[in-house]
Design a protein. Structure first.
Length: 236
């Protein structure tokens, strides 16, 4: 039996956590992959696959032997008519650019699988399905990232050593909203106090200005009256 090795890579213009989270949603693969008919998540490390191979339908089971969040997923499979072992790795090229590398080891057993393997059909199919994944992430997951809920547990030697929890969600979403709100309230209180203080100071200053203005007017009246009176005394 000839084993086919397939290596594909693709760059996706999204953060690494978004690309990883979307890949861990195995049950959604049939939505955007043409030949994948069904994926059942039996447990965190167990998966059941159903796909179309030419005119036939094949099923196989996969076990995740290693999974590290935002880094890699490695699995082994078993199936009567063929199976696929492989790994997928995630590499951050920039804040909004991720490279995904897919390595597959295809073991064909059935007649259709061996015939398609001679035509290198599995490699072309994987390349096409990989592009479907890229298109789905760019068109759907990127526009609605809040709908993508990835699994951030860790698996070693086919066993879950660190289950997904709310702490991982808190780490991905830093709680900076509360301090910002508090700062916003403090700033609004300061802004409301300053105009009040200015109004109070202006209200205090206004009577002082009026008093000085009235005293000046009174002084001007008194000087003008004295000036008018003195010529009257000289004429007499």
């Amino acid at each position: 039996m000839k084993v086919t090795n397939i290596v594909e890579q693709i760059d996706i213009g999204v953060p690494i956590n978004l690309a990883y989270d979307q890949w861990t949603q195995f049950a959604e693969f049939p939505k955007f992959m043409k030949k994948v008919e069904n994926v059942e998540q039996v447990s965190d490390e167990k998966l059941k696959w159903k796909a179309q191979v030419f005119w036939s339908h094949r099923t196989w089971e996969s076990t995740i032997v290693e999974q590290v969040p935002n880094d890699r997923i490695v699995w082994r499979s078993t199936g009567d008519k063929g199976y696929v072992d492989g790994a997928v790795t995630f590499h951050e090229l920039g804040p909004n650019l991720t490279r995904v590398i897919l390595l597959l080891e295809y073991h064909p057993k059935g007649f259709f699988e061996k015939t398609g393997n001679l035509w290198r059909a599995p490699g072309r199919r994987v390349r096409l399905e990989f592009k479907h994944f890229q298109r789905h992430v760019m068109s759907d997951a990127l526009l609605h990232p809040e709908d993508v809920e990835g699994w951030h547990g860790e698996i070693r030697d086919s066993e879950v050593v660190s289950a997904d929890s709310d702490t991982s969600e808190d780490e991905r979403q830093p709680s900076t909203s509360k301090p910002r709100k508090a700062a916003g309230r403090g700033a609004s209180e300061r802004s409301t106090r300053r105009p009040a203080a200015k109004a109070a100071s202006s209200s205090r200053r206004q009577p002082a200005k009026k008093s000085t203005g009235s005293s000046r007017k009174q002084a001007a009246k008194s000087t003008s009256s004295t000036r008018r009176r003195t010529p009257a005394k000289k004429r007499s």
